[in-house]
Write a protein that binds this ligand. Structure first.
Ligand code: PRX
Length: 628
């Protein structure tokens, strides 16, 4: 963690909610609702849980055996049942659940009943492979509806899904399959990226060749015959689900049954498998989607994330479906085929809730205001931002081009928290650049290293009480879980630097640890370093995050070359290609500098903080432990 924390608070305007927004929203008086919720959080969460369906009730809301939590003890439930059956048994049966738009404009629409049938067929197909409750299934798919089907299908029969973002390369996929000990991998032949075909199947072939536990690979063939499949291990998706019954009961599961593992980066080279469970996760994602976005039945909800990341898990798939929402999900980039892509989708489908990222906003900003001006965006009601701090300039631009009256929910949370933790609600006065206040039932604070309240200053963001959708452990690595609760005694340390202003508003300022946020994607500097040192010409590497005008942060690497190796354009390119092959496009350093040595502590630890300060022309702070 950083030794000192500078407070970069800017004075900022306050935007009051309009009367019409305030009067129509679920939570009209945040202060009162918040106070009530934290006076008795268990009572608050129990009340929310009762809005969902359970097969059998709990006998205790929370068992807090610091730092291990169990929620809704003794109850049985199934998140897939709550996403599907709860709606198909109601008037929502024929309501549109998912509108999917492909990069090429292809459209696929599923009502709740149709989605239910697809999920059931996939669940029966999974059963036909002889999978049992608790088995892991790795999902490496582009953003297509099958990704949603198979996630819900796993949940339905108690399998644990591990979705891996389809931009990861073969070694990164392989290590995730191996760690999860997955028996099945679900993939597609191709993804599309700005018109280019991305051969996903080739990546899977390479990864799976080193994963002896994988018995079957299911392949969605978007262009049949592009890659011939090798029977009996590889199965075409259509053949796999063909003839399967459209009925499949969601099995009652103990509320603490694992739902998924999602790998995320930390301070070591090995990604962490964050584990979430059915019961608590369902309650947290359900209510945050409902209250933060003021989600009503008539809304059309568009979240631009990819289910390969946690935002897609919680706020494309689970949260919105738990609420019976109509979801728009679109493959592709915001500026392909042109920078009007998302504005056009908003107009075409009458989107009322639009959840996006600061990086995308900054990218669209570059193309200018004429693009959004071309479209009718009057259907918009509530906007959202996630993944990294949103700078006030981007906030103001987003606010202005969408009509100047739509509240922006700057939602702060993490893979580990499962749900949005700090966020405005539509009725809360906004300050551009601040995620404002904790969500109902959540107690967040800013403290110093000892855990003392910093009283309106900079410090570390912490959560002081357990919450239902908190991760339960790190898969096969409970010690790494403990670190979250031990770093500052008694509280959950998020790893973020934060400032609390005089109104109690929280301003998240970035990571305090060795994690870089490139375009909102979380990348561990250690992962990139180990990829670099696995290159034949490199002996040592250090990686830092550096501010970037669009992506928020970019990766800069410093490398020491092996004796006899010399810096050249070809070598730098070869290093970048190597990281691309090892980890994937998102982890490739934008800048690589060859250096003769690296700043280290006497015990040999690289002081990235010093490198960063030097790079940014800042004071490196305390360097008394520096060896050289
Ligand atoms: O640093 C914070 C940043 O993203 C981190 C979590 O990354 P990840 O687990 O990949 O989840 C991203 C999607 C929830 C946090 O530790 N972060 C997320 N949202 C915000 C943010 N930083 C500032 N403001 C936000 N709204």
């Amino acid at each position: 963690m950083a030794e000192t924390i500078e407070t970069l608070q800017k004075t900022s305007r306050v935007i009051q909610p309009s009367d019409s927004i305030k009067s129509g929203t679920y939570i009209q008086n945040y202060e009162q609702a918040y106070k009530q919720s934290i006076e008795d959080p268990e009572n608050f969460w129990e009340g929310i849980a009762k809005e969902l369906d359970w097969f059998s009730p709990w006998n205790k809301v929370l068992e807090w055996n610091y730092p291990w939590a169990k929620w809704f003890l003794g109850a049985t439930c199934n998140i897939s049942y709550n996403c599907l059956d709860r709606h198909t048994k109601s008037w929502r049966k024929n309501k549109v659940a998912v509108i999917w738009v492909g990069e090429d404009g292809q459209e696929r629409i599923f009502t709740y009943a149709a989605l239910h049938r697809e999920v059931n067929k996939s669940a029966n197909a999974l059963k036909s492979l002889g999978l049992h409750k608790g088995d892991r299934v790795t999902i490496y798919l582009p953003k297509i509806p099958e990704q949603i089907f198979v996630m819900l299908a796993c949940a339905r029969i108690g399998l644990i899904h591990s979705v891996v973002y389809s931009g990861f390369s073969a070694p990164a996929l392989q290590s995730r399959i191996q760690d999860a000990e997955a028996r099945v991998v679900v993939t597609a032949d191709l993804g599309y990226d700005r018109g280019k075909k991305i051969p996903l199947k080739t990546v899977v072939d390479e990864a799976v060749s080193n994963c002896p536990l994988v018995e079957k690979v299911i392949v969605v063939q978007r262009e049949k015959g592009h890659f011939p499949l090798t029977a009996p291990k590889e199965i075409d998706w259509d053949e796999w689900v063909q003839g399967q019954s459209t009925d499949c009961e969601a099995i009652p599961l103990d509320s603490e049954t694992p739902l998924y593992i999602l790998y995320t980066s930390g301070t070591t080279g090995k990604p962490k498998g964050v584990v979430h469970v059915h019961g608590g996760y369902m309650v947290g994602t359900y209510i945050t989607t409902k209250y933060v976005f003021d989600l009503k039945d008539e809304d059309v909800y568009f979240c631009v994330a990819d289910p390969g990341w946690v935002t897609g898990h919680s706020y494309i798939v689970y949260g919105p479906l738990l609420n019976g929402a109509t979801i728009l999900t679109a493959e592709g980039k915001p500026d392909y085929p042109n920078p009007g892509r998302w504005w056009d989708l908003i107009e075409q489908y009458g989107v009322s809730i639009f959840y996006t990222t600061p990086t995308a906003i900054r990218l669209l900003m570059k193309y200018g205001e004429d693009w959004p001006k071309k479209y009718d965006l009057s259907s918009l009601k509530v906007l959202g931002s996630v993944g990294e701090p949103i700078n006030p300039e981007a906030w103001e631009w987003f606010h202005r081009v969408t009509g100047g009256t739509k509240p922006i929910m700057d939602t702060w949370w993490q893979t580990e928290t499962g749900m949005i933790m700090v966020t405005p609600l539509p009725s809360v006065p906004l300050k551009p650049g601040s995620a404002t206040r904790p969500f109902l039932g959540v107690e967040a604070d800013v403290v110093d290293r000892e855990g003392k309240n910093t009283d309106h200053g900079g410090g570390f963001a912490v959560i002081t009480k357990p919450w239902p959708s908190m991760m339960r452990t790190i898969y096969k690595d409970p010690d790494r879980y403990l670190l979250y609760w031990n770093t500052i005694p008694g509280v959950y340390t998020a790893g973020d630097v934060c400032h609390k202003d005089e109104d109690g508003y929280l301003w998240f300022m970035g990571r305090a640890d060795d994690v870089v946020k490139v375009a909102g994607n979380r990348i561990g500097t250690a992962e990139v370093e180990s990829a670099l040192v696995s290159h034949e010409s490199v002996v040592e590497a250090a990686v830092i995050g550096k501010p970037h005008p669009t992506a928020g942060e970019m990766i800069k690497a410093f490398v020491i070359l092996k004796q006899g190796e010399h810096e050249s354009t070809d070598l730098i390119k070869s290093l970048k290609d190597h990281v691309l092959r090892e980890l994937g496009k998102i982890a490739v350093p934008r800048e690589i500098e060859v250096v003769p040595s690296l700043p280290k502590t006497r015990s040999g630890k690289i002081m990235r903080r010093v490198l960063k300060a030097k790079e940014l022309g800042q004071d490196p702070g305390d360097i008394s432990t520096l060896e050289e």
